[in-house]
Design a binder for this molecule. Structure first.
Ligand code: GLN
Length: 535
């Protein structure tokens, strides 16, 4: 029987609850425990797959093809464990499942209610992770305590506390302790009120983690302890980290967070072995040099829209003990020419995935410059499709080549929908999703990079390179280095007369981790370093 850690957040959102949960996960893994991680999101979308990155940030894709919250990316990167469809439930999905049961007649005769039917469904979702050999389930509740839509979730985790007993459940509350400049002091009142809301519901936090921009003295911790009913040694200070988010497990460990949890859950595993983690952190904090990586996207101003891409670039750099300066280039600035000179300063260029036509011509232009100026290039998903369009137009002589996503009447639909996507009506969960096999041609850049002929990588797209154009593209010199199992779908392409030009239809960024940088990102950064040294 697994034990449970529930992580709630108070006062404001964007405190880094996902990072805190992931860091606790890392600490438990470092103590040899077997864990599962989960995020419950109280919004009504069935999953975040149909939400804009402006609303929600990146959509993280699991091996089993679920479109999930970006916090699952943190979980995988910090713990080294893969998540699945069971690792993310939204209120929409919970309600949907309950309503399907109601229509089937499963509740026949009964009135279907928030309590117990919705709360039972939430509890069943949490307990679905209680598989054999799992010691601890870490469950993060999205949103902020006090949100109306989060109430059933808090009620469900309160009930689990009652059902499992106090020695099997640990409640961690992440709160914000603001520094008020005009008063010159930190304020504990918002945290007091947030904990008061939790206590009204019947949840008494065992550990209070305080996000803050300044150090908190013992007096502040004493006050928080008193007003929030948490022992003072369980009032943890989580000040903004200095260098990297990967410092967080060490920060929490230094304040005995894992030991506090072990005591609460009456577990007694070995002490945390953070040797490998600290060694990685050392390379982050003391880099030998720095590379400038250009990313041409359309959500450049958003930190979260390309989360896994930015992290994977960091990991790639980490493999060479380098730090990264990201140069975010809005694709539209390449269309009107204003962003062009920024390409001169970079060591390598990445064009990430995306949907819709805005900025596509700018991305195509970026690929052209990377190809012609021999700038190391990594294209991902839409980034690869843009590379196909660029090559078709400018090398293969297919004037007006385009993806049918952006122009249905193009004379050369080099990227198009396959039969199975042509008739899709519902937009939710209907793309080509999740892990599938790519097989590489021997002796290609990509096969050498992975050191393997076959890989399983995650997909999230509808459009494919048009099989009717494979021969023309190859004839003009593009190497279609990777194919799917059927041999009809292009999984990766590369160029031979270029220092490093690789693009993939799948998303390698989802599988990169700080302790295991992804080979493509590692070699992409390697090529950036090589270019830097020749300039
Ligand atoms: N819009 C493209 C497609 O659906 C690319 C998707 C992506 O980059 N994730 O195929």
């Amino acid at each position: 029987m697994a034990k449970y850690i529930f992580i709630t957040g108070g006062v404001v959102s964007s405190l880094g609850k996902g990072l805190t949960a992931a860091s606790i996960g890392r600490l438990l893994i470092s103590r040899g425990l077997s864990i599962r991680m989960q995020k419950l999101d109280p919004y009504l979308n069935v999953d975040p797959g149909t939400m804009s990155p402006f609303q929600h940030g990146e959509v993280f894709v699991t091996d089993d093809g679920a479109e999930t919250d970006l916090d699952l990316g943190h979980y995988e990167r910090f713990t080294g464990q893969t998540t699945s469809r069971k690792s993310n439930y939204t209120a929409g999905r919970i309600y949907w499942d309950v309503l399907k049961k109601e229509r089937r007649g499963d509740y026949l005769g009964g009135t279907v209610q928030m309590i117990p039917h919705i709360t039972d469904e939430i509890k069943a979702s949490i307990r679905s992770l209680d598989e054999e050999d799992v010691d601890v389930i870490l469950c993060e509740i999205g949103g902020t305590v006090g949100d109306i839509e989060g109430l059933t979730f808090l009620e469900a985790i309160r009930q689990i506390g009652l059902e499992e007993g106090p020695e099997n459940v640990c409640y961690v509350h992440l709160t914000y302790v603001p520094f008020i400049k005009a008063a010159g002091e930190v304020k504990t009142k918002p945290s007091q009120q947030s904990v008061a809301r939790l206590r009204e519901i019947g949840i008494l936090p065992n550990i209070l983690i305080c996000r803050t921009e300044v150090d908190l003295g013992d007096d502040v911790r004493r006050k928080l302890s008193l007003f929030c009913n948490v022992p003072q040694h369980a009032v943890i200070v989580e000040k903004d980290v200095e260098h990297s988010i990967y410092e967080l497990p060490v920060v929490l460990h230094a304040q005995d967070v894992d030991q506090l949890i072990m005591r609460q859950l009456q577990l007694n595993p070995p002490v945390a072995d953070l040797t490998e983690w600290r060694e990685m952190l050392n390379r982050v904090i003391y880099p030998k040099g720095s590379v400038k990586i250009g990313v041409v996207g359309k959500y450049s101003e958003l930190q979260d829209a390309y989360k896994s891409i930015f992290e994977a670039i960091e990991h790639g750099a980490l493999a060479h003990a380098q730090s990264v300066q990201l140069v975010k280039i809005p694709a539209e600035e390449l269309e009107d020419g204003t962003g062009l000179e920024r390409l001169d300063e970079i060591d390598a260029l990445l064009v990430p995935g995306g949907f819709g036509g805005r900025g596509v011509e700018g991305k195509v232009e970026a690929v052209r410059l990377a190809r012609e100026k021999k700038i190391p290039f990594l294209g991902i998903c839409l980034g690869m499709q843009c590379a196909i369009i660029e090559f078709a137009r400018n090398v293969a002589g297919l004037t007006g080549a385009q993806s049918t996503e952006f122009d249905k009447d193009t004379p050369h639909p080099v990227v198009c929908l396959m039969e199975e996507q042509e008739h899709v009506q519902n937009l939710g969960g209907s793309m080509r999703l999740g892990a599938s096999r790519s097989t590489f041609q021997p002796d290609t850049l990509i096969a050498r990079s992975y050191g393997a002929q076959e890989v399983f990588e995650r997909h999230r797209h509808r459009y494919e390179v048009n099989p009717g154009y494979h021969a023309k593209l190859e004839g003009a010199g593009l190497i279609l280095s990777g194919k799917d199992d059927g041999g009809h779908l292009v999984e990766s392409v590369e160029l031979s007369d270029h220092p490093w030009f690789v693009a993939t239809q799948y998303h390698p960024e989802f599988k990169s981790q700080p302790l295991k940088p992804h080979p493509l990102f590692r070699d992409f950064i390697g090529a950036a370093i090589a270019r830097q040294s020749t300039r």
